[in-house]
Each structure stands twice: as structure tokens, then as C-alpha cells.
Design a protein around this ligand. Structure first.
Ligand code: OSB
Ligand code: MG
Length: 344
């Protein structure tokens, strides 16, 4: 697999914390923590999430206590929510999509494309994903790797391909004049150009650019979404359940945006099939009107933890089985597990 290069670093292997939750009545559920290995996208990271799960979150779950007194750790909390919810839905025979209010049996698949060393390599990568059937391309950008390669991509693919960029906070408001050049690229949106906390900067940029601003890292809760929209900092929201502390909060942000006529789409965190199943279920809600970062398993993995998600006519099918509707393949889980921690 080609390493995935973003403005915050390069990912070449996946190190993931997976939770298996077994209830006293035997019902079982799975959760995936989307924290990456390093605290570079946000402050959470896999080993830290593992620690807070083992020592602070899971002991509360097992004692029947709320997690609300633990500050932060949205991704670790989201993993707990996913596993507990999956167990309940499997026991009740209800799919996650049905539980969340999904209305689609398949969702449009977009793909996130990392930065490359050369422009021809980027154009070739984008063309290959389009040939596979992806209906929307997102290219990672950073200062020095933006307008020139993206203009070449636009020229190669033509004006009709849905194209957007993601800066992962790599610019500052002093780059506003340069960022205005992005308006020539015919982009659906620019994702997170400025640092997460800079809502005022994003609002100033939004006033200056024709291209819509979408926020990812800035939105860690329903309150953040309301504040960003009130400030005029964005007109589109990338919803990731891990980043906002779980699927319930993700649905609340979806509902708020739907009430305000703000389009949303489902972001991704290089999930295995477990997290991908949850993303696809979430993206089946009616307000997810833009294609998400919902790629086939083979975009990221030679071998996924679950049966692979595959592209069918540019879409991923929404699982219909109880709960997440997918489970780890025992042989893969066994072969790939590096350590097991039992919390009881
Ligand atoms: O900013 O959307 C992001 C991957 C890891 C962390 C942050 C981001 C991403 C991606 C890939 O862009 C999304 C995917 O899983 O397809
Ligand atoms: Mg992003």
C-alpha cells in the first residue's frame, strides 16, 4: 500500500485499539477507537486511548457509572459507546442504521488522496480512483503542495468531477490571499484550512472565498457546531463520530445541521471494517447529502479486520444485520492482535 501523506504526517501501517464488550447475559458488541498512533490529527492517540479505556472508562462502564466526569477523550468514549450499543442492537436484532434513523441502503463513496512527490503521480492516483468508481475525490493539501497540483488534477479530470481539498489546519489567516486562488479550481469545498480553534479566521476566510469552508478538527461537539455556524466559520460540516465522542452526538450534529439547511458528510479515520460499518450506517441518515470519506476496505488494507467493504457502482452498501452488521474475521483478529487487555 502507498503511504498516506497529509499535512500532519504520513501513515503507512494501522495500529488500532478494538474493544470487545461482553455483557453478563452473553450479548457481545465491538467498538473501534479511531485514534491514530500519534497525537497529530488531534490530542488523542492509540496508546493513550488504550490507557484511558483500561484505567478510567471501562471500570466506570463495569460499575454502571456514567463517563461524563471524564474530561475529553472523545475517541475512547466513542469506542465504548459503539461496543455497548452494538451489543444491545445485536441482542435486539436491530441494525445500527435502523437505530440511528438511516434512510438509504447504500451510500456514495468518496476517497481521500494523500499528497504525492510529483504532480503526475497525483493525477495518476486520482484517475485510478475514478476508474474504480469513486464519485468524489478529496486531495490533501499544504502550503507548497496545493494550487499547482490541484490545477493539474482539475485539467485532467474535467470540470464535472466532484473535487475537494483538506488542509488539516496547515494554513494561517495570513495565507488568505493565496487561499483565494483555490476559487479557480472548481472545488466542492475546502476542509479545515486553519487551526481548529480559529473560528474567527475561518469566518473571515469564508467571507473572502467563493469556495465553501467545511470544518473537521474544529467541531468536537454539538456546541462547537452551533458556534461555528453562528460565527459564519463554515457552511458545511464533516461529521466523524469518534471526534465528537460518539454516534449519539454525531446524530445531534446531523439534526442541527439539517434544521439549519447545512449539508454534512461523513468523514473517516482510516477505520477497519468495524468503524467503517458504523460510518456507513451514520451516512445513511437523510442529512448526509454529500459523499463521505467512505472508501472500500482495499483503499487502505490488504486485509481488513472484517469481511471487506466493496465498491458497487460507486457506493458502499449499508449493512443490514443486527448491530454493526459485521464482525472481525477470527483468523485475521488472531493473526493481527499484538496484545490483549482484560478489564472485568
Ligand atoms: O482529516 O479527514 C481527515 C484520515 C485520518 C485523519 C484525518 C483525516 C483522514 C482522511 C482519510 O482524510 C479519511 C478516510 O478514512 O477515508
Ligand atoms: Mg479532515
Amino acid at each position: 500500500m502507498t503511504p498516506f501523506r497529509t499535512s500532519f504526517g504520513t501513515e503507512s501501517a494501522k495500529d488500532v485499539v478494538v474493544l470487545r464488550y461482553r455483557r453478563a447475559d452473553g450479548a457481545e458488541g465491538w467498538g473501534e477507537c479511531v485514534a491514530l498512533s500519534e497525537p497529530t490529527y488531534s490530542s488523542e492517540y492509540a496508546a493513550g486511548a488504550h490507557h484511558v479505556l483500561e484505567h478510567h472508562l471501562l471500570p466506570r462502564v463495569l460499575a454502571g457509572r456514567s463517563l461524563d466526569d471524564v474530561q475529553g477523550h472523545a475517541m475512547a468514549k466513542a469506542a465504548v459507546e459503539m461496543a455497548v450499543l452494538d451489543a444491545a442492537l445485536r441482542a435486539g436484532g436491530v441494525s445500527l442504521a435502523t437505530h440511528l434513523g438511516g434512510v438509504r441502503d447504500a451510500v456514495d463513496a468518496g476517497v481521500s488522496v494523500g499528497m504525492t512527490d510529483t504532480t503526475p503521480a497525483l493525477v495518476a492516483a486520482v484517475e485510478a480512483y475514478l476508474a474504480e468508481g469513486y464519485v468524489r475525490i478529496k486531495c490533501k493539501v499544504e502550503p507548497g503542495c496545493d494550487v499547482e497540483p490541484l490545477a493539474a488534477v482539475r485539467a485532467a479530470v474535467g470540470p464535472d468531477v466532484l473535487l475537494q481539498v483538506d488542509a488539516n489546519a496547515a494554513y494561517s489567516i495570513d495565507d488568505a490571499e493565496h487561499l483565494a486562488c483555490f476559487d479557480e479550481l472548481g472545488l466542492l469545498l475546502i476542509e479545515q484550512p486553519l487551526p481548529a480553534r480559529d473560528l474567527r479566521g475561518h469566518a473571515a476566510l469564508a467571507a473572502r472565498l467563493r469556495t465553501p469552508i467545511c470544518l473537521d478538527e474544529s467541531i468536537e461537539s454539538l456546541d462547537d457546531a452551533g458556534e461555528a455556524l453562528d460565527a459564519g466559520a463554515c457552511s458545511i460540516v464533516n461529521i466523524k463520530s469518534g471526534r465528537v465522542g460518539g454516534l449519539a452526538e454525531a446524530v445531534r450534529i446531523h439534526d442541527l445541521c439539517a434544521r439549519r439547511g447545512v449539508p454534512v458528510w461523513c468523514g473517516g479515520m482510516l477505520e477497519t471494517g468495524l468503524g467503517r460499518a458504523a460510518n456507513v450506517a451514520l451516512a445513511s441518515l437523510p442529512g448526509f447529502t454529500l459523499p463521505g470519506d467512505l472508501s472500500a476496505s482495499r483503499r487502505w488494507f490488504e486485509e481488513d479486520l472484517t469481511e471487506p467493504f466493496e465498491l458497487v457502482g460507486g457506493q458502499l452498501r449499508v449493512p443490514t444485520g443486527p448491530g454493526l452488521g459485521v464482525t472481525p474475521v477470527a483468523s485475521v483478529l488472531h493473526a493481527r492482535t499484538q496484545s490483549v487487555t482484560l478489564v472485568r
